[in-house]
Design a protein around this ligand. Structure first.
Ligand code: NAD
Length: 403
């Protein structure tokens, strides 16, 4: 089939497999050029098929020589449907690891379910015996409550009063004015249920009970803090409430892990990037484009892969950990420099639509949005027929299972 970009409400409904194959290869080659580090041996990643979870997995496998198990929820190709970007990311990641002496497994299904937890625990027992790192990098708009069978949806809304701003329609590249009404109490609670820390806590508890955590076991999850440029829609809104809950969970888990394993639970505040989840947040496409612009200008820009590699090499397993007064690992220190935030605020307040799309930061933002779905990738001819079934036949292995 000929695969052309198909975008609805800033969400790609398809992916270009060959573009993804090239992006995965290039990111892995990038990691191989960066300094390696002594890290964990056996890692479980929840949400490792895209964005921060994928960058984490690539760094740990190719930078630290770790074995990995990834749990993600992606669409397989079917008929005229290409399958989601994350499906192909997993497939081509698996293929690239064939050159390594380590082992890598992918389970596709609902990480919130008890069945997935049981399956993963069984696999750990049969393969690595124990894990020494759990990375919780899940981003979802919905979570099934397995006790009541209800589907609970998260909401990206401000609290108390409406938030006014602008966003980009990434299909048409048109700037749209935006007013987001405040969330109700129920919507806030639902967002905490979906994106807060309770499932991370459930995973650690289940792994602990099954005796598959090694001495000095670590776990980490990712938060976003931001500042006045994003507060109304992010930290001061429903997502901020969920992140407060996630951060509290880290403190609770840390107590358990310290006493029982001499281990630790960490929360890292990461910078704003282009991911499937982030482009969906109102106002974020404008903020991130202008942030990229300012960071490029000051030679502070890092790719998603470089950012996560630095987290593990320097801060989680290295000696350069930056921690704030709440104990959070501040990988976002470059984004949060006051002069960077002030410059971005100035651009946002004097927003000029005529020049916005010509800015290097905006061009990078839009290009990455296409790239993470396999489009606009240099040397990939989107006019050429792609035999999706053939690719599945060649690359799908029994280490990639639907649960
Ligand atoms: P993403 O959308 O790129 O990845 C989300 C991952 O979660 C995918 O692997 C997806 O398959 C998986 N997933 C979703 N629902 C699932 C389910 N029910 N079961 C199993 N897997 C499921 O997201 P991202 O932007 O990389 O976000 C990851 C984490 O990083 C989130 O906690 C997010 O808040 C945080 N973070 C993101 C940014 C950013 O700018 N993107 C900044 C700071 C922190």
């Amino acid at each position: 089939m000929i695969v052309k970009p198909s975008i609805r409400s800033n969400f790609f409904t398809n992916a270009h497999p060959l573009g993804i194959q090239k992006m995965i290869h290039e990111n892995i080659e990038l990691i191989k050029r960066l300094d390696p580090y002594e890290g964990p041996k056996n890692v479980l990643i929840i949400g490792g098929s895209s964005g921060y979870g994928l960058a984490t997995r690539m760094s740990l496998a190719f930078g630290a020589g770790a074995n990995t198990i990834n749990v993600s929820f992606e669409n397989y190709p079917k008929g005229q449907r290409t399958g989601s970007a994350g499906y192909w990311n997993n497939l081509f990641f698996q293929h690239e690891t064939k050159q390594l002496p380590t082992e890598h497994f992918d389970f596709n299904g609902d990480a919130f379910s008890p069945e997935m937890k049981d399956h993963v625990i069984q696999t750990i027992k049969e393969t690595f015996g124990q894990i020494d790192l759990l990375v919780y990098s899940l981003a979802s708009g919905v979570r099934k409550n397995y006790e009541t069978d209800e589907l609970i949806r998260s909401q990206i809304k401000p609290l108390g009063q409406p938030a006014h701003g602008q966003t980009i329609d990434l299909k048409t590249l048109v700037i749209e004015d935006l007013t987001v009404e405040p969330a109700t109490e129920q919507e806030t609670q639902d967002t905490v249920f979906v994106m807060g820390g309770s499932d991370w806590h459930d995973w650690v508890t289940a792994l602990d009970k099954a005796h598959v955590l090694s001495p000095h076991f670590k776990t980490i999850s990712y938060t976003y803090i931001g500042g006045p440029n994003t507060d109304a829609i992010y930290r001061g809104g429903t997502l901020g409430h969920a992140k407060d809950d996630l951060e509290k969970t880290a403190i609770a888990l840390n107590q358990l892990l310290k006493t029982k394993y001499q281990g630790e639970a960490l929360i890292s505040s990461s910078k704003a990037i282009v991911s499937k989840a982030s482009v969906f947040i109102p106002q974020m496409p404008i903020y991130v484009s202008l942030l990229f612009d300012v960071m490029l200008k000051h030679h502070l820009h890092e790719t998603t892969t470089e950012h996560k590699h630095r987290l593990y090499k320097d801060m989680v397993y290295g000696k350069n950990r930056l921690v704030d007064e709440q104990g959070r690992v501040r990988l976002d220190h470059r984004e949060m420099q006051p002069e960077i935030q002030t410059e971005v605020a100035h651009l946002m307040n004097s927003f000029d639509e005529a020049t916005f799309f010509k800015r290097p930061g905006t061009k990078l933002f839009v290009n990455e949005f296409f790239n993470i779905n396999g489009f606009n990738v240099p040397d990939i001819d989107e006019e050429t027929d792609v035999d999706v079934d053939d690719l599945v036949e060649i690359y799908q292995t029994d280490k990639y299972q639907n649960i």
